[in-house]
Structures are given as C-alpha cells and as structure tokens.
Design a protein around this ligand. Sequence first.
Ligand code: XIL
Length: 377
Amino acid sequence: MAPHLHEVSGPRSLRAHAAAAGLLVGCAVNPRGLDGEPAYSQTVADQMNLLVAENAMKWGPLRPTIDTFDFRPADDIMDFAARHNQQVRGHNLCWHEELPTWFASEVNKGNAKEILIQHIQTVAGRYAGRIQSWDVVNEAILPKDGRPDGLRKSPWLELLGPDYIDIAFHTARLADPHALLTYNDYGIEKDTPEDTIKRGDVLMLIRRMKARGVPLDAVGIQSHLTAGDPMPGAGLRAFVRECGRLGLQVFVTEMDVNDKKLPAAVEERDQAVAKVYQDYLTMMLAEPNVTAVLTWGVTDKYTWLDGPKFGRADGRPERPLPFDSDYQPTPAFFAERAALDSRAARLSAPVRQGDPYAPFRPGSARGGAAGPQSERQ
Ligand code: XIL
C-alpha cells in the first residue's frame, strides 16, 4: 500500500532530514514541471533544498544563436528556488555535449577562447551570488581517447588545447566569486578496471589543477548507477578522502539507479534499487567532505533513462528515482532518507580526537553545508 504523503513531507521530508545533518539534498528539475504541474512543483518544493537545471543552463538551450541568450527557463528555476528557500547548482559552463547547432560552423580556433570566456562571464555573471556551486567543466576525462593526460578529445580540447579547463575555472571565479567551482564527471564510481582507470585520470587532473593554483573547490561524482553492477567501494572511498586532503568538497550530483538488468517485477526492482541508494549514500555520507546529494530528477515519470539508449530491453518504464510516476515515494526515497539520517547519527556521536565533521556541522562557521538553518521544520 502506498504510504500517505504526510509520512514523507514537512519534518519527514528529505530536506528536513538533510538540514538536520547539515547536508544539501536536491534534484535536477525542468522549468515546465515547476510552472505547469502542481504534483511536480509541490514535491520539489517539499523535498529539496538544492535544485539543478536538468538542461536549462546548458549551452544549447541557453544560446539559440551565437548572439542571443534565452534565460527565461533558467530564470524560472532561480525564481522557484528563491520562493522555496532552496539553493541552486549551476550545470554547466563547459561540456562537449548539448552544444548549440551553430557551434560547429561558427566557433573556430581564432574565436573559441573569446566565446568561452564571454559565455561564462555572461551566464555565471547573471546569477552571481545566487549559485551554491557551478559545474564549470563537465566530463573532461575519457581514457579511451588514448591521451596520456586522459583528456577527452572534445571540441574544446581540439579548439583550445588542455588550457580550456584553466580558462573556464579562472573566468568562473571572477564572474561569481561566491559559487563553489566544481569539476563533474561520471564512470568513476566502481572498482572495475574501467572506472578505476578513469578515476585515476580525474585525480591526476584535479591534483595538477590544484598545483597550478586553478580555483577548484569541489568534485561532482555523477553517480549514475545500475542495480546488478558491482557496487562502488574502497576505490571511490579513497578518492573522496584524497579530495578531502586537497581541500575539496565532494557532491553526489546526478544519482539515479538504472534497473535494466533486473526482472520486470516492480517490487523486486524497487528493493534492489533502494539497496543501491542506501549502501552507496551511506558509504558516501560517512565521508565528512561529502556535503550534497542530488538525484537526476525527482519522479520516474520524467527520468532521462527511458528509451532505447539507456532503458530496459522489455520497454517497461524505469524506476530509478525517489518518487514514482504518480509522485508516490518509492523504497529509494526511504533509503535515501535513511542515508541522510546516518550522517546525522555520526554528527551526534561523541567526538574523540579532532572532529572531521566540524566544518560541515549545521551552525558551524560556514553555516554548515545547508546554509541558513531556517530549514529546520
Ligand atoms: C541529460 C539530460 O537528463 C537529458 O534530458 C538530455 O537530453 C541530455 O543530458 N550527464 C550530465 C547531464 O552531466 O547533463 C546529462 O543530462 C546526463 C549525463
């Protein structure tokens, strides 16, 4: 039987539980849902204290032509978040995908640097002071492209060489000194040979960035996981700790759990998906420098995973998110909430020597990861 909504809203919501643990919890959103679908907007408002635009802040949607920007959908998300006392992540300022159709014909080695800088100044500048963190560069590593530095042969690399990364971060820092500047990537979670190699290349990239004095504050681990795959473990934990030693926060930025390897029965799928949420997030949230968790969407109704590329062979809809397509909480919701509680439990345990959570506690000098404590309900 479906749980009643009062069991999961207000003080029982994800955002209330996250705030009690000094954490941010959020999801990717689409402005059309926020404006036009009450069940969607209410769930997002009730549950989240951090939003990220699923697409609205990417180059393609933002820039219909080289000279024009369409900020309306992104502005709508900013307004919604402000009305509901939510913070916003920016996603993203530099990526090889979702580039506008004019990009290939208009951008060349002669003007690429200027266009990248102008884009970041315009977009990060517009929202300056209102963004918790920016994904400045997204998915720059791809070991199978064969370069010793692991960099993906993206249009940006072809146009500007490896410098494009430093250019993007320096420009973002100047445009919005308050946002935590983030490097975001996928396929670095598991202990498989493929993920281990890519994680090593990401670590090499961020170590070198820090050594060069590039303004980098955080690493985003996308966390698109698949139930039935090997679970992330020691390798990722060591990576997160190394990020901590480098002074970097870590965000789980795009979590969802693909159920395509599971049989059709919904209950079986939901239990397996929930177990991935619980085990993964409990592991991650044990690390003090992991301060935010976002899912890539809130409702199964709009998951990007459906369809031939990522979805199930039997064509049934995927169930990868904390709310199902009728906005009922799934077992994944309760698993995510329990993982947030596991962090709160660690915060209240007696401190022996040195408190690793100190900078991230609610009410600490930084105000805790969740910022103003008006969240407590
Ligand atoms: C995806 C969106 O969910 C889709 O709607 C869009 O068509 C393609 O992009 N990694 C990222 C996200 O950083 O921006 C991607 O989002 C999913 C993978």
